[in-house]
Design a protein around this ligand. Structure first.
Ligand SMILES: Nc1nc2c(c(=O)[nH]1)N[C@H]1C(S)=C(S)[C@@H](COP(=O)(O)OP(=O)(O)OC[C@H]3O[C@@H](n4cnc5c(=O)[nH]c(N)nc54)[C@H](O)[C@@H]3O)O[C@H]1N2
Ligand SMILES: Nc1nc2c(c(=O)[nH]1)N[C@H]1C(S)=C(S)[C@@H](COP(=O)(O)OP(=O)(O)OC[C@H]3O[C@@H](n4cnc5c(=O)[nH]c(N)nc54)[C@H](O)[C@@H]3O)O[C@H]1N2
Ligand code: SF4
Ligand SMILES: [Mo]
Length: 772
């Protein structure tokens, strides 16, 4: 409970935040402000708090449930809805201090939305959903999954775990898959995202994680960003980088789109999508050729330098320019800036990883960071900005993975497997299971017959969703556990209502390996239950006797089995205001920066690896002459289950669009707002055009957030990264043509109308930081 002073403070804070959001818009497009930021519910929370009596409010400090920056703040609730989010004092918020972005501050309407799932759903005889008791729904799940396991073996089942859920819940998802369902086919959204980063950094340095602390972004001399739209996807990190640039740091941005970070860059270079290893190798070649590398570091802390030297030889300036469009001068100046810096941080996101050769791209980057000695010291290192709020912890560290137990312990290792067989009292197959992308391909061959999908909206987010929909439709048995009846849940036999992060307690691990508390601020909506409780009840119905009273107890089991979390307990996380792994034992303070002493490889050194030429699986042809790339915008989150339910956000950014270069549009007679048909070899969609020179004439960009256009109808489910099985979301060959207005369906029509009042793409990103 809070004091009067607190209440006055938070009401004032939210009022200020609202005014700032309004004035941001007004500064850019005065006439639009009234429409895009209505005096609606979202921005009336200050008033609402003012009207409350203090004994009616709960407050809890917690960690944001949107992205992996890991902002912390106090959430205020009257038990029905979240009324305010205010960043906590500095010491409790190691990452964000007093900043948050617009989603962290205002993105809570979804929690109490009318279409939240409040009871389990099962199919009745006519095939329609009807509400059911937990008892009936859990029995159906236990029978449905149990029957497949007993008839076809556990390997015919798969689980998709949720990086929205806590570490403790993800640990239990892994345990449930292996112990109860007897399958290793468990995976999560990291497969669609940074799994190529995890593989590449694991092979070269030893840990598949950022080596830096976010503080290093504020002190680096030089920052190289590529394939990261930082202001929109990791807004609070973007603010830290921009501040450092104002203080004099160099910023290099390589991206096919002239994103907002480009405005702050010492050098912005437009790259052709899909050829990153080529220009990165070009920089490495220049650095070696001009003796700009760190000879002592290379000699003492790496192996394989000669292999890299040889492999980059073919990437001459002429060849790099011809393939990627990056000029000799740009390669040279980038190389000089990196080499001159006392410390350089290499930051990247999906532009590098979501490719049929993402692992090679990241290895090329890891080579560059290592030969310039930019590891294990302040203001230097690698930083793959992770995606979902808990994909580092829940999606990786906790081992809901086909090949790893918690803490990246290999399931094929006999000693490790014996440890988990003993702890979990079960036998575990040493064969790896299927990755998510493979599960969908294998299900089409009947090798997977049942799926348990927890907090993932695969029917929109998988590559090639025409294929994914067929698979979901044809499964023998599908359970979906979510907050809503998502596009995926529509195919389910049973839908289980889960509680959101404000309704439960546990931990998330953010992008710089900081484990932080998530605290319950509201009771679960309706009859929804936290994922860990659902799993426990299901395990017990399927013959086990799980007996956890709290997620703190689950964390105690995790730390006993997972060396890098050895010293992580709820008590210590609270005491320390967050703990960064590796944290070996209860006296260990955690690790701010990786590799200060040695690398986590067999010989303690970096394993440099040569990377040759690679290109996207699909290159332009006469029939499909343009390259489609896909990604995010600030105000939306993924498939929109959470952000589409925010009144303010939807008025601001209501529907999707395709960014087309003015020259390309003019050639086709397309003007802003016109409906445009985009077609790939796998599918087509129609969206309104936004004409902008942010994209080059050979590329188009469509955001991923909208059901109406379902851009993944166009992407490719088959050409996966050979190591990490990541799909090539960032490159599809397409053709584009004007479409009839009636080709936009009713939903998109509404969007188009709103779009004409909405901000242009340039306005959108120039105000896109949304933090303060
Ligand atoms: N607002 C918001 N924030 C989010 C999310 C969200 O949905 N909404 N999702 C979260 C998640 S899970 C993730 S993984 C992160 C993703 O964060 P980001 O990866 O930053 O987001 P994207 O928009 O997918 O793509 C990043 C950039 O890659 C560029 N790009 C495309 N193709 C290429 C290429 O071939 N090479 C290079 N070098 N660049 C390329 C695009 O132009 C874009 O600027 O965001 C997280 N944060
Ligand atoms: N074309 C294209 N496709 C992409 C990408 C791209 O860049 N381009 N990016 C890919 C990437 S990086 C990612 S991460 C994926 C994201 O794809 P998804 O993970 O499928 O996207 P979300 O919409 O975040 O789905 C999360 C679901 O979890 C539910 N949820 C939220 N909290 C909880 C909880 O506590 N418990 C449970 N049980 N459920 C909860 C939400 O309601 C939502 O339905 O998309 C991928 N798809
Ligand atoms: S940057 Fe925004 S979405 Fe990401 S953790 Fe912070 S407040 Fe949440
Ligand atoms: Mo992601």
């Amino acid at each position: 409970m809070s004091s009067d002073n607190d209440l006055n403070g938070v009401a004032g804070y939210m009022q200020h935040a609202k005014e700032q959001a309004l004035s941001n818009v007004e500064n850019i497009a005065e006439d639009i402000a009234a429409d895009t930021f209505p005096e609606g519910k979202l921005f009336e929370i200050a008033q609402a708090i003012g009207d409350k009596r203090l004994e009616e409010l709960n407050v809890a400090d917690t960690t944001c449930g949107y992205c992996a920056v890991g902002c912390r703040f106090d959430l205020y609730s009257d038990g029905e809805e979240i009324l305010a989010a205010r960043p906590t004092e500095d010491e409790d918020a190691p990452i964000n201090g007093i900043s948050t972005c617009v989603k962290g501050k205002f993105g809570y309407d979804f929690i109490n939305s009318d279409d939240r799932l409040t009871a389990p759903l099962v199919r009745d005889e006519s095939g329609q959903f009807r509400e059911a008791t937990w008892d009936e729904a859990l029995s159906r799940v236990a029978d449905g999954l149990g029957e497949i396991r007993d008839t076809h073996g556990g390997e015919a089942l798969s689980v998709i775990a949720s990086s929205k859920a806590t570490n403790e819940e993800n640990y239990l998802m892994g345990k449930f898959a292996r112990q109860v369902l007897q399958t290793n086919s468990i995976d999560n959204c990291n497969r669609l995202c940074h799994s190529s980063t995890v593989a590449a950094l694991g092979q070269t340095y030893g840990y598949g994680a950022a080596s830096i602390s976010t503080d290093d972004l504020e002190i680096a001399d030089c920052i190289l960003l590529t394939g990261s739209n930082t202001t929109e996807a990791h807004p609070v990190l973007a603010t830290q980088i921009k501040q450092n640039v104002r203080d004099g740091a160099d910023l290099l941005v390589f991206d096919p789109r002239e994103i907002q970070m480009a405005e702050y860059a010492s050098q912005y270079t437009q790259v052709k999508p899909g050829y990153d290893a080529v220009w990165i190798n070009g920089i490495t070649r220049y650095i070696i050729e001009h003796d700009l590398y760190d000879e002592t570091f290379v000699a003492e802390q790496t192996t394989g330098f000669e292999e890299v030297q040889e492999s980059v030889e073919e990437f001459t300036p002429d060849r790099v320019e011809k393939i990627t469009g990056v000029s000799h001068d740009e390669i040279a100046s980038a190389a000089e800036m990196i080499a001159d810096a006392d410390g350089c941080v290499f930051g990247w996101t999906l532009g590098l990883t979501e490719h049929s050769h993402g692992t090679e791209n990241v290895i090329a980057m890891a080579n560059l960071a290592a030969i310039t000695g930019n590891l294990g010291k302040p203001g230097a290192g690698v930083s793959p900005f992770r995606g979902q709020n808990n994909v580092q912890g829940g999606g990786g560290d906790m081992g809901p993975l086909p090949d790893n137990f918690p803490g990246y312990q290999d399931i094929a290792d006999d000693d490790v497997r014996a440890k988990f067989e003993d702890a979990w009292d079960c036998e575990i197959d040493p064969e790896y299971g299927y990755y998510t992308t493979q599960m969908f391909l294998e299900a089409a061959e009947d090798n997977i017959r049942g799926m348990y999908i927890i907090g993932e909206n695969s029917a929109l987010s998988e590559p090639g969703v025409n294929h994914a929909e067929d698979v979901l439709e044809n499964l023998d048995f599908l359970v979906v556990q979510d907050l809503f009846v998502t596009e995926t849940a529509k195919y389910a036999d049973v839908v289980l209502p889960a509680s959101s992060f404000v309704e439960k307690t546990g931990t998330f691990t953010n992008t710089d390996r900081t484990v932080q508390m998530v605290n319950k601020v509201m009771e679960p909506k309706g009859d929804s239950r936290p994922d860990w409780i659902i799993l426990q009840e299901l395990a017990n119905r399927m013959g086990r006797s799980w007996d956890y009273d709290s997620t703190a107890e689950v964390m105690d089991e995790i730390n006993s089995l997972t060396p890098i979390y050895g010293g992580v307990s709820h008590e210590r996380v609270k005491e320390n205001g967050g703990l960064q792994w590796p944290c070996w034992d209860m006296d260990h303070p955690g690790t701010v920066r990786l590799y200060e002493d040695e690398f986590n490889t067999d010989n303690g050194k970096v394993n440099l690896k040569g990377v040759g030429y690679s290109e996207p699986a699909e290159t332009p042809t006469e029939e499909y002459p343009l390259t489609l790339t896909t990604g995010r915008v600030l105000y939306q989150y993924h498939t929109g289950t959470m952000t589409h339910r925010e009144e303010g956000i939807m008025q601001y950014n209501p529907s999707d669009f395709v960014e087309i270069n003015p020259a390309t549009a003019a050639g086709m007679g397309i003007s802003g707002g016109d409906p445009v048909r985009i077609e790939s070899r796998r599918g087509e969609t129609v969206v309104p055009a936004q004409i902008t020179d942010r994209v080059g004439p050979e590329n188009v960009f469509v955001p991923i957030h909208f059901t109406e256009s379902a851009i993944n109808r166009l992407t490719d489910e088959e050409h996966l990264d050979p190591t990490a099985a990541t799909p090539e979301y960032k490159v599809s060959a397409v053709r584009v043509e004007p479409a009839d207005a009636d080709a936009l369906d009713a939903d998109v029509d509404t969007g188009q109308e709103a779009m004409s009042q909405s901000l242009s793409s340039d306005d959108r990103t120039s105000m896109s930081t949304g933090d303060d």
